[in-house]
Design a protein around this ligand. Structure first.
Ligand code: SF4
Length: 235
């Protein structure tokens, strides 16, 4: 009787985190509880490196030490402080618009109440602020408030697609919902950080280093990049 080849099952998110943790270390979730800072930092981080967005934030904060002062500043004044982070005209308008809207709704800049809302309500509240999309909302909820909302950046999206967790042409907004639904609340943070580490380390956009990857025996994309080379589980 002819042998039928069985396809290896895709790895589960827990297996992926387990294997990647052996390579990069197990991420520890320590929410910092400053949601307003996370929100502004995430706006600043769009399309730039962490180093540049960090520099832009430090300059902004030293020029306008309180949110009220920042809100009262002219967009050009904000723009001048954040130029190092790129897209300054767009980001300055967004930051000012967000500060004004948060103040209008809450008469404060304390967003800790989002921690007590349902996850869906908290996401919707943030996403109704000007210029806030699913990734920014998830960053605020996950990094600041310890809520299990998954930010899907370019690395998380690419690695998830290669691993067969989401279909190849899934858009970022849809990927947020699909991936988040696969994860238990405690897996959200380690999954996010592990996939970013992997996207920067081995599963690069151009020429992923599949031969060195600890996921290569169960990754549907590995044969595409490895060609005829044998896919071997790396211990
Ligand atoms: S085997 Fe290759 S494509 Fe798959 S996750 Fe690893 S590096 Fe990425």
């Amino acid at each position: 009787m002819a042998k039928t080849k069985t396809k290896a099952l895709p790895l589960s998110p827990a297996e992926i985190v387990g294997r990647l943790s052996a390579l990069y270390g197990r991420p520890v979730w320590r929410p910092h509880e400053d949601a307003m800072t996370e929100l502004v930092l995430t706006i600043l981080s769009q399309n730039t490196s962490d180093t540049n967005s960090g520099r832009a934030f430090m300059r902004l904060h030293s020029r306008f030490p309180t949110w009220k002062e920042m809100m009262a500043a002219a967009p050009e004044e904000i723009e001048a402080e954040i130029r190092v982070g790129g897209l300054a005209p767009t980001k300055s308008g967004r930051i000012k618009g967000i500060l004004e809207e948060v103040w209008r709704r809450t008469a404060s800049f304390d967003l800790s109440f989002l921690g007590a809302m349902s996850l869906a309500e908290a996401k919707a509240w943030l996403r109704s602020l000007p210029g806030v999309g699913p990734k920014t909302a998830a960053c605020v909820l996950m990094f600041a408030l310890g809520r299990p909302a998954l930010p899907v950046d370019t690395h998380v999206q690419r690695v998830s697609q290669r691993l067969g967790l989401v279909p190849a042409k899934t858009g970022a907004a849809e990927a947020h919902d699909l991936l988040e639904a696969m994860l238990s609340p405690e897996e959200v943070y380690p999954f996010h950080v592990s996939l970013i580490n992997h996207g920067r380390g081995l599963c690069k956009a151009q020429r992923p280093l599949c031969a060195e990857c600890p996921l290569n025996d169960r990754c549907p994309a590995a044969p595409v990049y490895l060609g005829k080379k044998r896919v071997k589980r790396i211990a």
